[in-house]
Design a protein around this ligand. Structure first.
Ligand code: KDG
Length: 349
């Protein structure tokens, strides 16, 4: 089968139990997160040969993160475990998540500065060798936002992957606490010529200056809940400028009152814009929904699904993640997502 690789930061996630607020917490549940790690896990879980490349400290915390990945069938052979002479702070990035409830939004506090991946000298890594034998590389806009060494790594990986003929997916994944809008947009513009499958790009709105974003339902240059025609226009904007793009997908959230939520997605593929079904559900843990969408889309593309099935599988995958604790979409099997995609909610017995 096809071989998938991704690279990013894996973090320890500390969550107060039972939707408690951080300021009241007396204990934390430990799990692991990180956008690219979440995708590696979700794909491994669906049976894809999946590898995660990162840098973590060679101590109990770093080793536990690797153990978590391995116990979920993610290959960690290229993982770098560092000593303090390689990364002076030698830290595992950490983040605190206060899980929202109904009208109260979730809150994230990062504690990831000077983590091992941000201090490692990647010029020691032979990227040609690292990517050898893989068919698909996935990267996101989070890793380059961490530090200059990571920014260099991501661009170099994109170039190497393109040279070696891998399919490259990229999720813009803007995190405003890690870098500025302009830094993100400039970096993304640099990446786009190397990307085949583009996700999560709307916040970068490379068309920023070309639109009137004063309208009420627009945010940061894009309509929040676009019509088919509006979304098609946004996709065309990218296709005209970056003809090497094969697929662009956008996951659109429709917030309702309470914890109920609806999702759908649009996808440009093979010359057409497709619109998925609308999925409505209650939220248990929404962190990683976008990653579940990305992993669903990658899975469907790797398995040559028809266009409508690709986009519906990706949204169903995100919808199901919202009902699962933790960052990663650890579903039972492919059919659990396919059942949802076909709107089959029957009890399995
Ligand atoms: O997409 C989910 C991620 O946001 C989460 O896993 C943590 O990678 C993370 C980040 O940097 O926010």
């Amino acid at each position: 089968g096809p071989k998938f690789i991704t690279c990013g930061e894996i973090m320890l996630r500390l969550t107060p139990p039972n939707y408690e607020k951080l300021r009241m917490a007396t204990n934390f549940e430990a799990s692991y997160g990180g956008s690219e790690a979440n995708i590696a896990l979700a794909l491994a879980n669906l049976g894809v040969d999946s590898t995660f490349f990162s840098v973590v400290p060679n101590n109990s915390l770093g080793k536990s993160a690797v153990r978590w990945l391995r116990s979920n069938d993610v290959h960690c052979t290229p993982m770098i475990l560092t000593e303090p002479d390689e990364t002076p702070s030698n830290r595992l990035g950490t983040y605190y998540l206060e899980t929202g409830y109904g009208i109260r939004p979730s809150k994230v506090i990062y504690d990831r500065k000077h983590s091992a991946i941000t201090e490692y000298d990647f010029s020691q890594v032979d990227l040609d060798e690292l990517l050898e034998g893989f068919d698909w590389l996935h990267l996101s806009g989070i890793t380059p936002a961490l530090a200059p060494n990571c920014r260099g790594l991501i661009i170099d990986m994109l170039k190497e992957a393109k040279k070696k003929g891998l399919t490259v997916s990229f999720d813009g994944n803007f995190r405003s606490t890690l870098w500025t809008w302009d830094e993100a947009r400039d970096f993304c513009t640099e990446c786009l010529p190397y990307v085949d499958v583009l996700l999560g790009i709307e916040p970068y709105h490379l068309w920023k200056d070309e639109n009137d974003h004063s309208k009420g339902d627009w945010k940061d240059g894009v309509p929040l809940q676009p019509s088919y025609e509006q979304q098609d226009e946004i996709f065309q904007h990218f296709i005209e400028r970056y003809p090497s793009l094969k697929c662009i997908a956008r996951h659109v959230r429709y917030a309702h009152s309470g914890s109920e939520n609806s999702l759908k997605a649009f996808m440009w593929y093979d010359g057409h814009t497709f619109e998925s079904k609308l999925f409505t559900f209650n939220i248990l843990d929404r962190v990683g929904g976008g990653d579940a969408f990305a992993s669903g889309l990658i899975y469907a593309m790797l398995h040559n699904y028809k266009a409508m099935d690709m986009i519906n599988f990706a949204v169903a995958s995100s919808a199901i993640k919202h009902t699962i604790h933790g960052d990663a979409n650890i579903t039972d099997d492919v059919s659990s997502i396919r059942n949802l995609m076909n709107m089959n909610y029957d009890i399995k017995r």
